[in-house]
Design a protein around this ligand. Structure first.
Ligand code: ASP
Length: 330
C-alpha cells in the first residue's frame, strides 16, 4: 500500500499574481503532512497536520484569515473522518478556536459527530485546547475586504500574506494541471464563474491503507451569521472510507450539501470509476444538477490521485510514494 497525501487551498477565481503564494502554501502543507506519513504516522494525523498548516497560513480562508460574516465576525467550520472506523468529528460556527481541525479531531474521538458554537468551544477547553480572542482570527486583509463589502474584485480565497515554509526542494511552479503524473485527465473548467471560494482540505492514505479526509473553512464571504456550509457536513465537505478512498470539497457549500458530493464521488469509485474519473464526474454532476461551483480532491483506496474543479482555479498539492517532492498547482 503506497502512502499518499493531497491538499487543497480552496476553489475560486484567484488573481494570477497570487498563484505562486497559493501553490507554495499548499506545497508547505503537503510536505508537513507527508513527513507525518513518512514517520509512520496515521492518515488522520497527516490530515490534521496538513490542515493545521493551512489554517495557520493567513493567506487561506480557514483558521486565521477566514472570511467574515455580514456583521464582521470570523465563524469557522471544520470536519475530519477516519475511513477505517467511519468515525467523524466536526465543529461549526466557532469564533475562538485557532485550529478548528484539531478540535474536530477530538470530536471524532468522542461519542459525538458535530458540535456547534459555544458548545464546541467549551468542548475544546474541556479537551485541553485553549480559546483565542476572536480578533486573533481576523487578518487586516480580511477586515479591509469586509469593510469594502467584499466587492467582486476581491480574491477572498488567497490573501496577500503567505508564510512560506522550508519545504523539501524545488518544484516546477509554472507547470499547469495536466502535465504531471497522469493525474489529471480532463479537468478543464466545466464553466468559469465569478465566485470566489476558500476552504482548505486534505486527504491521506497511510501505511496500513487507512484513508482519512478533512476540511476547514471560514465559509463564504459576507455569509449570514450562523450560516453553515458543507465543510463540517459528513458526506458533503469530506468523506473517507477504506478501500474506496477519501474526498475533500471546496466551493459553494449549499450545493455540495444538496448533492452530498463528497460521498457521491466515492460512489463513482464503488461503481468502477478511476480516481480521476470519479472526481470529474462529481464536478460534472454539480454543474449539471444544481449549477454549483467549486472543486474537490480525491484519493482512491490505493492512493491514486483525482482532482477536478469547475471554477477557474483550485490551489492544490499532492505527493505519493515514488515522488521526491510534491506537485503543486492551481
Ligand atoms: N465550502 C465552503 C463553504 O461553503 C466555502 C469554500 O469552499 O470556499 O462554507
Amino acid at each position: 500500500m503506497g502512502l499518499a497525501l493531497i491538499v487543497h487551498g480552496g476553489a475560486g477565481a484567484m488573481a494570477r499574481e497570487r498563484y505562486d503564494a497559493a501553490r507554495e502554501g499548499c506545497r508547505e502543507a503537503a510536505v508537513a503532512g507527508w513527513r507525518v506519513l513518512r514517520a509512520g504516522g496515521s492518515a488522520l494525523d497527516a490530515v490534521e497536520k496538513a490542515i493545521s498548516v493551512l489554517e495557520n497560513n493567513p493567506g487561506f480562508n480557514a483558521g486565521t484569515g477566514g472570511v467574515l460574516t455580514t456583521d464582521g465576525r470570523a465563524q469557522l467550520d471544520a470536519g475530519i473522518m477516519d475511513g477505517e472506523t467511519l468515525d467523524a468529528g466536526a465543529i461549526a460556527g466557532v469564533e475562538r478556536i485557532k485550529n478548528p481541525i484539531q478540535v474536530a479531531r477530538r470530536v471524532l474521538a468522542s461519542p459525538h459527530v458535530l458540535l456547534i458554537g459555544a458548545g464546541a468551544e467549551s468542548f475544546a477547553t474541556d479537551s485541553g485546547i485553549a480559546l483565542c480572542d476572536p480578533s486573533e482570527l481576523v487578518t487586516p486583509a480580511q477586515y479591509a475586504r469586509w469593510q469594502r463589502g467584499y466587492g467582486l474584485g476581491d480574491d477572498v480565497n488567497v490573501g496577500d500574506r503567505v508564510d512560506v515554509g522550508a519545504g523539501l526542494g524545488a518544484i516546477d511552479m509554472e507547470a499547469e494541471p495536466g502535465t504531471r503524473n497522469g493525474a489529471y485527465a480532463d479537468d478543464e473548467p466545466v464553466h468559469a464563474d465569478a465566485h470566489k471560494h476558500g476552504t482548505v482540505g486534505a486527504v491521506a492514505v497511510d501505511a496500513r491503507g487507512v484513508v482519512a479526509a478533512g476540511a476547514s473553512t471560514g465559509g463564504i464571504a459576507a455569509k449570514h451569521p450562523g450560516r453553515v456550509g458543507d465543510t463540517p457536513i459528513v458526506g458533503a465537505g469530506f468523506y473517507a472510507e477504506n478501500g474506496l478512498g477519501g474526498v475533500s470539497s471546496t466551493g459553494h457549500g449549499e450545493d455540495f450539501i444538496r448533492l452530498l458530493l463528497a460521498r457521491r464521488a466515492l460512489d463513482y469509485i464503488a461503481a468502477g470509476s478511476s480516481a480521476q474519473a470519479a472526481a470529474t464526474k462529481a464536478m460534472q454532476l454539480l454543474s449539471r444538477r444544481v449549477g454549483g461551483s467549486g472543486g474537490l480532491i480525491l484519493l482512491d483506496g490505493q492512493g491514486r490521485v483525482g482532482y477536478a474543479r469547475n471554477s477557474p482555479t483550485m490551489a492544490h498539492a499532492f505527493i505519493v510514494e515514488g515522488m521526491d517532492v510534491p506537485f503543486a498547482g492551481v
